[in-house]
Design a protein around this ligand. Structure first.
Ligand code: SF4
Length: 238
Protein backbone atom coordinates (compact mmCIF):
# COMPACT_ATOMS: atom_id res chain seq x y z
CA UNK A 1 0.00 0.00 0.00
CA UNK A 2 1.35 3.44 -0.97
CA UNK A 3 0.22 7.02 -0.58
CA UNK A 4 0.64 9.48 -3.42
CA UNK A 5 -0.05 13.18 -2.95
CA UNK A 6 1.08 14.92 -6.15
CA UNK A 7 -0.10 18.25 -4.77
CA UNK A 8 -1.11 19.65 -1.41
CA UNK A 9 -3.73 22.10 -0.20
CA UNK A 10 -7.47 22.14 -0.74
CA UNK A 11 -10.50 24.41 -0.63
CA UNK A 12 -13.72 23.67 1.19
CA UNK A 13 -16.33 22.53 -1.27
CA UNK A 14 -19.31 21.11 0.59
CA UNK A 15 -20.91 20.83 4.04
CA UNK A 16 -18.75 17.82 4.84
CA UNK A 17 -15.61 19.96 4.63
CA UNK A 18 -16.47 22.09 7.68
CA UNK A 19 -14.03 20.39 10.08
CA UNK A 20 -11.57 19.12 7.45
CA UNK A 21 -8.54 17.60 9.19
CA UNK A 22 -6.21 18.95 6.48
CA UNK A 23 -7.23 22.50 7.26
CA UNK A 24 -6.92 21.88 11.00
CA UNK A 25 -3.44 20.40 10.64
CA UNK A 26 -2.27 23.22 8.40
CA UNK A 27 -3.63 25.84 10.78
CA UNK A 28 -1.45 24.44 13.56
CA UNK A 29 1.61 24.59 11.28
CA UNK A 30 0.72 28.08 9.95
CA UNK A 31 0.34 26.77 6.39
CA UNK A 32 -2.22 28.27 4.04
CA UNK A 33 -4.32 25.28 2.94
CA UNK A 34 -5.85 27.31 0.10
CA UNK A 35 -2.45 27.51 -1.53
CA UNK A 36 -2.46 24.51 -3.89
CA UNK A 37 1.09 23.49 -4.76
CA UNK A 38 2.83 20.53 -6.35
CA UNK A 39 4.73 18.33 -3.90
CA UNK A 40 8.14 16.73 -4.25
CA UNK A 41 6.24 13.43 -4.73
CA UNK A 42 4.60 14.55 -7.95
CA UNK A 43 6.46 11.91 -10.00
CA UNK A 44 6.46 9.27 -7.27
CA UNK A 45 4.73 6.48 -9.28
CA UNK A 46 7.38 6.51 -12.02
CA UNK A 47 10.52 7.22 -10.01
CA UNK A 48 13.03 4.42 -10.43
CA UNK A 49 15.87 2.85 -8.49
CA UNK A 50 19.35 2.50 -9.97
CA UNK A 51 18.49 -1.06 -11.01
CA UNK A 52 15.62 0.27 -13.14
CA UNK A 53 12.80 -0.96 -10.93
CA UNK A 54 10.08 1.38 -9.75
CA UNK A 55 10.61 2.80 -6.27
CA UNK A 56 6.89 2.63 -5.55
CA UNK A 57 5.80 -0.95 -5.03
CA UNK A 58 2.98 -2.67 -6.91
CA UNK A 59 -0.38 -2.78 -5.18
CA UNK A 60 -2.89 -0.29 -3.83
CA UNK A 61 -2.07 3.41 -4.14
CA UNK A 62 -4.15 5.95 -2.22
CA UNK A 63 -4.16 9.17 -4.23
CA UNK A 64 -4.70 12.71 -2.93
CA UNK A 65 -5.74 11.82 0.61
CA UNK A 66 -4.68 15.31 1.74
CA UNK A 67 -6.36 17.19 -1.12
CA UNK A 68 -8.85 16.43 -3.91
CA UNK A 69 -7.73 14.88 -7.20
CA UNK A 70 -10.36 16.94 -9.05
CA UNK A 71 -9.61 20.33 -7.52
CA UNK A 72 -9.65 23.12 -10.12
CA UNK A 73 -6.24 24.49 -9.25
CA UNK A 74 -4.66 21.21 -10.38
CA UNK A 75 -6.29 21.09 -13.81
CA UNK A 76 -3.03 21.85 -15.57
CA UNK A 77 -1.17 19.03 -13.75
CA UNK A 78 -3.72 16.20 -13.87
CA UNK A 79 -2.98 14.94 -17.37
CA UNK A 80 0.57 14.13 -16.34
CA UNK A 81 -0.81 12.22 -13.38
CA UNK A 82 -3.13 10.22 -15.62
CA UNK A 83 -0.14 9.30 -17.80
CA UNK A 84 1.71 8.01 -14.74
CA UNK A 85 -1.37 6.10 -13.62
CA UNK A 86 -1.64 4.55 -17.06
CA UNK A 87 2.02 3.54 -16.99
CA UNK A 88 1.65 1.76 -13.64
CA UNK A 89 -0.78 -0.99 -14.63
CA UNK A 90 0.67 -3.07 -11.79
CA UNK A 91 -0.97 -0.75 -9.23
CA UNK A 92 -4.56 0.03 -8.28
CA UNK A 93 -5.11 3.76 -7.84
CA UNK A 94 -7.90 4.85 -5.51
CA UNK A 95 -9.04 8.40 -4.92
CA UNK A 96 -11.95 10.08 -3.14
CA UNK A 97 -13.53 13.20 -4.52
CA UNK A 98 -16.09 15.71 -3.37
CA UNK A 99 -15.95 17.17 -6.88
CA UNK A 100 -17.47 14.42 -9.02
CA UNK A 101 -19.42 17.21 -10.79
CA UNK A 102 -16.05 18.23 -12.34
CA UNK A 103 -15.71 14.82 -13.99
CA UNK A 104 -15.96 15.96 -17.61
CA UNK A 105 -13.06 18.40 -17.36
CA UNK A 106 -10.83 16.11 -15.31
CA UNK A 107 -10.54 13.05 -17.53
CA UNK A 108 -7.77 11.89 -19.85
CA UNK A 109 -8.70 11.69 -23.53
CA UNK A 110 -8.50 7.89 -23.64
CA UNK A 111 -10.80 7.32 -20.66
CA UNK A 112 -14.13 6.58 -22.44
CA UNK A 113 -14.49 3.00 -21.13
CA UNK A 114 -12.60 3.70 -17.88
CA UNK A 115 -9.25 2.35 -16.63
CA UNK A 116 -9.38 -1.13 -15.05
CA UNK A 117 -6.98 -0.18 -12.27
CA UNK A 118 -8.66 3.02 -11.00
CA UNK A 119 -11.20 3.12 -8.16
CA UNK A 120 -13.22 6.32 -7.76
CA UNK A 121 -14.98 7.09 -4.46
CA UNK A 122 -17.67 9.74 -4.54
CA UNK A 123 -18.17 11.36 -1.15
CA UNK A 124 -21.54 12.57 0.10
CA UNK A 125 -22.72 13.77 3.49
CA UNK A 126 -26.40 14.73 3.19
CA UNK A 127 -29.41 14.04 0.96
CA UNK A 128 -28.98 17.17 -1.14
CA UNK A 129 -25.41 16.29 -2.11
CA UNK A 130 -26.22 12.61 -2.42
CA UNK A 131 -28.94 13.36 -4.99
CA UNK A 132 -26.81 15.85 -6.88
CA UNK A 133 -23.54 13.90 -6.93
CA UNK A 134 -24.77 10.32 -7.08
CA UNK A 135 -27.12 11.04 -9.97
CA UNK A 136 -24.01 12.15 -11.89
CA UNK A 137 -21.81 9.33 -10.54
CA UNK A 138 -24.39 6.73 -11.58
CA UNK A 139 -24.03 7.68 -15.24
CA UNK A 140 -20.23 7.71 -15.41
CA UNK A 141 -18.13 5.06 -17.13
CA UNK A 142 -15.99 4.01 -14.19
CA UNK A 143 -14.92 0.39 -13.74
CA UNK A 144 -14.76 0.50 -9.94
CA UNK A 145 -17.02 2.81 -7.95
CA UNK A 146 -17.38 3.36 -4.21
CA UNK A 147 -19.38 5.79 -2.11
CA UNK A 148 -18.04 7.37 1.06
CA UNK A 149 -20.67 8.85 3.38
CA UNK A 150 -18.32 10.45 5.87
CA UNK A 151 -18.97 12.58 7.76
CA UNK A 152 -22.58 11.49 7.52
CA UNK A 153 -24.68 14.46 8.66
CA UNK A 154 -28.22 13.15 8.30
CA UNK A 155 -30.27 10.16 7.25
CA UNK A 156 -29.80 9.56 3.53
CA UNK A 157 -31.63 7.42 0.96
CA UNK A 158 -29.21 6.24 -1.72
CA UNK A 159 -30.52 2.81 -2.64
CA UNK A 160 -31.47 3.89 -6.15
CA UNK A 161 -27.82 4.85 -6.80
CA UNK A 162 -26.26 1.56 -5.67
CA UNK A 163 -26.55 -0.55 -8.83
CA UNK A 164 -22.87 -0.56 -9.83
CA UNK A 165 -21.30 0.37 -6.50
CA UNK A 166 -18.67 -1.96 -5.01
CA UNK A 167 -18.53 -0.52 -1.49
CA UNK A 168 -20.29 2.02 0.71
CA UNK A 169 -18.27 3.42 3.61
CA UNK A 170 -19.95 5.36 6.39
CA UNK A 171 -18.45 7.30 9.27
CA UNK A 172 -18.96 10.18 11.64
CA UNK A 173 -17.15 13.44 12.10
CA UNK A 174 -14.13 13.85 14.34
CA UNK A 175 -13.84 17.23 16.05
CA UNK A 176 -14.57 18.90 19.36
CA UNK A 177 -17.37 20.77 17.54
CA UNK A 178 -18.37 17.76 15.41
CA UNK A 179 -21.91 17.33 14.22
CA UNK A 180 -23.39 14.18 15.76
CA UNK A 181 -23.74 10.87 13.99
CA UNK A 182 -26.94 9.00 14.68
CA UNK A 183 -26.36 5.25 14.69
CA UNK A 184 -29.85 4.75 13.22
CA UNK A 185 -28.64 6.47 10.01
CA UNK A 186 -25.75 3.99 9.84
CA UNK A 187 -28.00 0.99 10.31
CA UNK A 188 -30.44 2.26 7.71
CA UNK A 189 -27.68 2.77 5.16
CA UNK A 190 -26.48 -0.73 5.92
CA UNK A 191 -29.96 -2.11 5.17
CA UNK A 192 -30.01 -0.24 1.85
CA UNK A 193 -26.69 -1.90 0.97
CA UNK A 194 -27.86 -5.35 2.03
CA UNK A 195 -31.00 -5.02 -0.10
CA UNK A 196 -28.79 -4.18 -3.10
CA UNK A 197 -26.09 -6.71 -2.12
CA UNK A 198 -23.39 -4.03 -1.91
CA UNK A 199 -20.40 -4.19 0.45
CA UNK A 200 -20.82 -1.95 3.47
CA UNK A 201 -18.30 -0.73 6.02
CA UNK A 202 -18.86 1.27 9.20
CA UNK A 203 -15.48 3.02 9.22
CA UNK A 204 -15.66 5.22 12.32
CA UNK A 205 -18.00 6.63 14.95
CA UNK A 206 -18.45 10.37 15.34
CA UNK A 207 -16.95 12.29 18.23
CA UNK A 208 -20.61 12.63 19.19
CA UNK A 209 -22.56 9.49 18.42
CA UNK A 210 -26.23 9.03 19.19
CA UNK A 211 -27.43 5.53 19.97
CA UNK A 212 -30.88 4.60 21.29
CA UNK A 213 -31.62 8.30 21.76
CA UNK A 214 -28.55 8.91 23.96
CA UNK A 215 -25.53 11.00 22.92
CA UNK A 216 -22.07 9.53 23.57
CA UNK A 217 -18.75 11.36 23.35
CA UNK A 218 -16.13 9.12 21.79
CA UNK A 219 -12.37 9.72 22.16
CA UNK A 220 -10.56 10.22 18.85
CA UNK A 221 -8.38 7.17 19.51
CA UNK A 222 -11.52 5.02 19.88
CA UNK A 223 -13.50 6.19 16.85
CA UNK A 224 -12.48 3.34 14.56
CA UNK A 225 -12.29 0.71 17.30
CA UNK A 226 -15.84 1.42 18.47
CA UNK A 227 -17.21 1.25 14.93
CA UNK A 228 -15.49 -2.08 14.35
CA UNK A 229 -16.81 -3.45 17.63
CA UNK A 230 -20.36 -3.00 16.30
CA UNK A 231 -19.61 -5.83 13.82
CA UNK A 232 -22.05 -4.54 11.23
CA UNK A 233 -19.83 -4.56 8.11
CA UNK A 234 -21.46 -6.47 5.26
CA UNK A 235 -19.76 -8.49 2.54
CA UNK A 236 -21.75 -9.01 -0.58
CA UNK A 237 -22.94 -12.49 -1.43
CA UNK A 238 -21.53 -13.66 -4.75
S1 SF4 B 1 -12.45 18.22 -0.24
FE1 SF4 B 1 -11.56 16.95 1.39
S2 SF4 B 1 -9.48 17.73 1.66
FE2 SF4 B 1 -10.66 19.29 0.54
S3 SF4 B 1 -11.44 20.68 2.11
FE3 SF4 B 1 -13.03 19.15 1.72
S4 SF4 B 1 -12.64 17.55 3.26
FE4 SF4 B 1 -10.81 18.81 3.14
Amino acid sequence: MSMWNPWRGCKKYSEGCLHCYIHKGDLKRHINTQDITKTKDFYKPIEKLKNGQYKMKSGMVYVCFSTDFFIEEADAWRDECWKMIKERQDCTFLFLTKRIDRWEVCLPEDWPEGYDHVVVCCTVENQKNADHKLSIFKTLPIKHKCITAQPLLEHIEIEKYLDDIELVVVGGESDIAARPLNYDWVLDLRQQCIRKNVNFEFRQCGTYTIKDGKMYKVQTKDLIKKAKSAHIDYRRVT
